[in-house]
Design a protein around this ligand. Sequence first.
Ligand code: G3H
Ligand code: 13P
Ligand code: ZN
Length: 310
Amino acid sequence: PLVSTKEMFEKAYKGGYAIGAFNVNNMEIVQAITEAAKEENAPIILQVSAGARKYAKHIYLVKLVEAALEDTNLPIALHLDHGADFETCKSCIDGGFSSVMIDGSHHSFKDNIELTKRVVEYAHKHNVTVEGELGQLAGIEDDVNVSAENASYTQPEQVEEFVKSTGVDSLAIAIGTSHGAFKFKPGQKPKLRFDILEEVEKRLPNFPIVLHGASSVIPKYVDIINQNGGKMADAIGIPEDMLRQAAKMAVCKINIDSDLRLALTAGIREHLFAHPDHFDPRQYLSPARAYVKELVKAKIVNVLGSNGKA
Ligand code: G3H
Ligand code: 13P
Ligand code: ZN
């Protein structure tokens, strides 16, 4: 069966590593991630956004993840990414997820607490863990588009009250990461506010912290895209050494979506550019899936440190 994130995070916190939380949208992505995790014997979180549920349908994603569970026998959590409201969270809890995020970060502190608390009460009755968020990342998600100017770091003074009054199991914080493939301006030096993370860690001892917007935007895949008809100049992500540092600290969950998209797209573009006559999806999705798998293995071993922890 699916596992909740509780035990995963306890072990990750103590062990100084992080669990990879990978966004899934179709069969090839589920297979690539779970095959990589299997070969590295790593626990993983597969997460589904509202957009993923709209694209693939809830039931297809749940069944794909169930198939991966049966195929790999790994500890896998199925998590709702960026739940916007109580109803979406409830529908995922009722529909078999083992973890949900309620993203109330764009509400007032008070409303965020109220909403998060309501989700926690329902989720915990069903043995489902809940991730909350304080602070706003820049970038684009389904329903929220936060510009860089409106993004705001998490205020460490708020975290104890938030966690205590909501009962959340983990907390996503904003320390300078952002969603998407363009995280920093060209020429700008990537920077994360480790001082905020440290302060949060002090105030919430042994409490699992989550990093969203944590793709590294690996140049290898961006280059392949650009060499094969793509146009993604100036794509920049979070340097891997910063993620390694965060994983050693209180960060127990690192969210990765853009890197998967880039690897998959690189594989498809490369194949179709080399073989303009091909039209069988299996021909171009096989190398694309292989790139995603290679990427996930590298993340597990070189960045997350979750290999051998299943
Ligand atoms: O946080 C954003 C994730 O990358 C999910 O993206 O909402 O386009 O599925 P999406
Ligand atoms: P990236 O866009 O950096 O992959 O972030 C994904 C994410 O935070 C999903 O919630
Ligand atoms: Zn996110």
